[in-house]
Design a protein around this ligand. Structure first.
Ligand SMILES: [Zn+2]
Ligand SMILES: [Zn+2]
Length: 453
């Protein structure tokens, strides 16, 4: 292409219009490189075109997204009263590097929205089915949380100060946090923020359970440790990465001075105080009112009984949401739900739990196998992967099939299986207290004799 005006015979106002309709900022960067003509039209109104495209991409949460993208921890103070208000943030043109940050943050927020929607709105869809309004609430609160985390995450170099006795103490910015919560305006938007924080905690705890880790939470009873808060303070992107990779340690920076962790409270205490200041009762996160903060409508388990036991009101699982099960019915619990006395046979249970806890291990493979090898549960109908089952019925399935699956897996993986079966199979009591017996004979089998010793 020669790059002359004639090579792109479209009127300027139409080019302007097309640019403003582009879906995201990276498309805009590519389009303005196509011809000199387009670039010249762009140069007439660069900032209003960039804002229009940014709005197409981010939507109504653009002011919150831009404020988070612009926040510079090294330059800006921790005091929210010194920040440019959300209502004025769009008055300053978006720079190229801010556009890159917006792109990156939007990807993270949209993946988290998918997860939120799948977990809380519609268990049948791994992609977000949030309405426009629901999505706007989710995104604006998530970007505000991103800004909070960037501002108040522990920074050892900056945040250490000497107390009256000359000892180093960690600053917790209590007053600044108070101002941040006040700046969220009415209770609705404050609650949105709190629900998003809770959702990120839930995602961290999901990961911890899936991989057999434990992050204690500040509750007021153990005021010294807020490990969960410390992990969540890494921000939405790291929390998402932990969930996707099913891994904790590589993403969480360990503080150089571990005592700092004991003094550090990222948000739980400050948020609890903000609830008191607003005279909002202590939140019950499972309540309908709490779900309603973000969602206008969601899948109600009261209206959907379990396909096997016919009981309603419990969260249900099928092949549509098995990938979300690992942090709920954890590998440790699956081991404990095995048949007979197998849960007390640590020669079997420990390697099984470790096998299931591997980040690469997918629950869908396991549950598909168990359903396919199980014709019925306790007199119910034959099951298929499309059936929706409650956690109680899943435990029954695990009890009837887990040991068979594990025996097959051990053989497939080349893990040694004792040649001889114990006569009492999974019902053997000796396997629980004599490790030597437990490892000498195979217990992942049916008993051929009753009355186990
Ligand atoms: Zn059930
Ligand atoms: Zn035995």
């Amino acid at each position: 292409m020669s790059g002359t005006r004639d090579s792109f015979p479209v009127a300027d106002d139409l080019v302007d219009c097309i640019m403003r309709a582009l879906p995201d900022l990276s498309s805009l960067s590519s389009v303005i490189l196509v011809s000199k003509h387009i670039y010249e039209v762009f140069k007439c109104h660069p900032s209003s075109i960039v804002s229009a495209v940014a709005y197409n991409h981010i939507g109504p949460a653009l002011p919150q997204a831009l404020r988070a993208a612009r926040h510079d921890k090294d330059r800006d103070t921790r005091d929210p009263s010194n920040w440019v208000p959300e209502s004025e943030v769009l008055n300053t043109p978006i720079t190229r590097s801010e556009a890159q940050t917006l792109n990156q943050d939007a990807r993270v927020v949209s993946e988290l929205e998918d997860l939120f929607s799948w977990s809380h709105k519609d268990p049948t869809s791994p992609k977000s089915v949030l309405s426009e309004n629901e999505s706007m609430r989710f995104c604006r609160a998530m970007y505000r949380f991103l800004l909070y985390a960037d501002t108040f995450r522990c920074d050892e170099e900056e945040d250490e100060d000497e107390d009256e006795d000359g000892d180093l103490v960690l600053l917790n910015y209590t007053e600044e946090k108070e101002r941040f919560f006040d700046s969220l305006g009415d209770d609705t938007q404050f609650l949105e923020f709190a629900v998003i924080y809770r959702f990120l905690c839930e995602t961290v705890q999901w990961t911890a359970r899936a991989i057999g880790e434990f992050y204690p939470e500040w509750t007021g009873d153990n005021p010294e440790v807020d490990m969960l808060g410390f992990v969540v303070s890494t921000g939405p992107e790291v929390v998402l990465q932990m969930f996707k990779c099913q891994s904790g340690a590589p993403f969480i920076p360990v503080p150089e001075n571990e005592e700092n962790l004991e003094e550090f409270c990222f948000i739980a205490r400050d948020l609890a105080k903000a609830f008191e200041r607003r005279r909002l009762g202590k939140p019950d996160w499972n309540l309908h009112e709490m779900k309603k903060v973000i969602l206008d409508d969601y899948y109600k388990y009261e209206d959907h009984p379990c396909d096997n036991c016919k009981q309603a009101s419990q969260r249900l699982w099928s092949s549509a949401n098995w990938p979300l099960l690992k942090g709920i019915l954890s590998p440790g619990e699956l081991g404990a739900a095995m048949k007979g006395h197998l849960p007390r046979n640590f020669t079997e249970r420990q390697p099984l739990t470790q096998y299931l806890e591997r980040p690469a291990f997918c629950y869908p493979d396991l549950f598909k196998w168990m359903i396919e090898h199980n014709t019925e549960l306790d007199g119910g109908q034959p099951l298929t992967p499309d059936n929706w089952l409650c956690e109680g019925c899943l435990r029954l399935l695990v009890r009837s099939k887990m040991h068979e699956w594990w025996l097959e897996r051990k053989r497939a993986e080349g893990i040694a299986v004792p040649a001889e079966n114990c006569w009492y199979g999974y019902n053997c009591r000796t396997q629980a207290h004599r490790p030597q017996h437990a490892s000498k004979l195979n217990h992942l089998c049916e008993p051929i004799r009753g009355d186990p010793a």
